[in-house]
Design a protein around this ligand. Structure first.
Ligand code: FES
Length: 88
């Protein structure tokens, strides 16, 4: 489990091990733009303001992964026990 903090909404929600960030946001009534939901298309690309990303997509380059300032929220996660601050 990790936590996502939505900077624009002032909301923090825990993301359980079995759920994606996308599913968790939907549970809060938030509907981000998505398409493939498999980490392939790039539609759900989200700016990360703070935190350590566990990248699991096939869209961003290795260079992008290293930069750590954007993520695909349909598949990628935060490191367990940490908080990701998203520009949402
Ligand atoms: Fe396609 Fe997330 S919806 S990469």
């Amino acid at each position: 489990e990790f936590t996502v903090s939505l900077a624009r909404r002032g909301l923090s929600v825990p993301v359980p091990a079995g759920a994606t960030i996308l599913e968790t946001l939907r549970g809060e009534g938030i509907e981000p733009d998505v398409s493939c939901e498999q980490g392939v298309c790039g539609t759900c690309l989200t700016t990360v303001l703070e935190g350590q990303i566990d990248h699991r997509d096939y869209f961003l380059s290795a260079h992008d992964h290293k930069a750590g300032d954007r993520m695909l929220i349909c598949v990628s996660r935060g490191k367990p026990g940490t908080t990701l601050v998203l520009d949402l």
